[in-house]
Design a protein around this ligand. Sequence first.
Ligand code: FAD
Length: 435
Amino acid sequence: MSLNVAIVGSGPAGFYTAEALLKGEGAEVRIDIIDRLAAPFGLIRAGVAPDHQTTKRVAEAFERTALRDEVRYFGNVEVGGKVSLDELREIYDAVVLAVGAPFDHAMNIPGEDKRGVYGSAAFVGWYNGHPDLMSLDPDLDTEAVAVIGVGNVAIDVARVLVKTPQEMTSADLPDHAARAIQAAPITDVYVIGRRGPVEAKFTNVELREMGKLETCDPVVDPAQLPDTIGDGLDDRDARLKARNLETLHEFAERGPGQKAKRVHFVFYASPVEVLGGDRVEGLRLERTRLEDGRAVGTGDYFEIDCGLVVPSIGYRSVAVEGAPFDERACIVPNDDGRVAEGLYAVGWIKRGPSGVIASNRPDGVAVAAHIRADLGAGAKPGREALEKLLAERQVRVVSYADWQKIDAAEVAAATPPAPRRKFVTLKDMLAVLDG
Ligand SMILES: Cc1cc2nc3c(=O)[nH]c(=O)nc-3n(C[C@H](O)[C@H](O)[C@H](O)COP(=O)(O)OP(=O)(O)OC[C@H]3O[C@@H](n4cnc5c(N)ncnc54)[C@H](O)[C@@H]3O)c2cc1C
């Protein structure tokens, strides 16, 4: 009997798992990929920056997997909502959790509940057209923005806020976000790190891009840049850090520049309070110094006037009802992806929010191997039982063929070179299907 596997989540981790299961040897496998959204691909659609279309092309490989006879896509089906995890575990031989880490960590500083503070999970979801975040409606009526964090997501946010409409013509920034960002009077974005330039997490391509923008200069204080990266890093890390440091030195040597906008890199600064009334008016920070690689406060404070604060300090998962959850680590506790009998986890829910798209592949490969080793052949009904259950509950399932129609409508509605004009609500997506 074929092995019936349900994968909950259609992001990279879910698709890499499906791909690996299909490649594995042994019993025939049938894979149902279930996502709470109508549109597949998780953060490839809702996280990766709208002007980084090349990165999003990995979805083409995932599409080939989705179109395999053995695979079925169940979009618009929330596990924990329309169907429970316990029900899935009764129906399927194996259930793989690939639900990601969609929420922001709090900064835990006074004032972070003010209007104008939006964590990057929410803010990026908003500008990428995630249906859950359309009501965020951020107030961008400010000249200055503080982005807290020195990883690629922080750089993405800064770049999207300062690029010109011409620089975004090949992007799939949805209409609502394009209108709001292009109307905003933003001239200065501060990208703030608690530690120094060597500890910053951004990759060099993303950092260098900040030096090539049409109307925005990178601003770096040379006094914050060490001459060398120091000792103790492995070769790969050392190369990356050395390149970043070199790029930052180049930026510093250019001086403040003449362009209309600026992205300021501010290192050794820890936010301690968001200032203002109901709305953000500034950010108070404490200068730090490094001790054994950790940032410690110096007791010296300064303020940045800004009307928008975007903490980009990490993502967190939430518990899926019916699965164990480690509240401290914010992951499903697992042994190399094994969670319990017939239950597995991959991607950000398994190991936390780290790494690039391809970092999720090894998770999928490992769990696919475990499923085959643990279960051999299948014993449960799988797909037909899920279809019956969803029909009884009158759930409007969006199939992969449905998604292809929505996708085609998005592509057809775009003004080239923009690749697509995104639908940002379920209602608009279903309207395509209902003619
Ligand atoms: C802002 C941002 C930008 C990034 N940019 C890049 C980049 O440029 N290049 C790069 O290589 N990596 C990038 N990454 C990293 C990359 O996106 C992640 O490594 C990857 O998406 C994690 O995969 P995942 O499958 O674990 O989670 P996700 O991609 O988040 O997928 C999880 C899926 O599960 C679904 N889901 C959640 N809960 C349920 C439920 N209860 N029932 C059904 N479905 C559910 C979600 O709708 C989603 O589709 C970026 C990450 C972020 C946050």
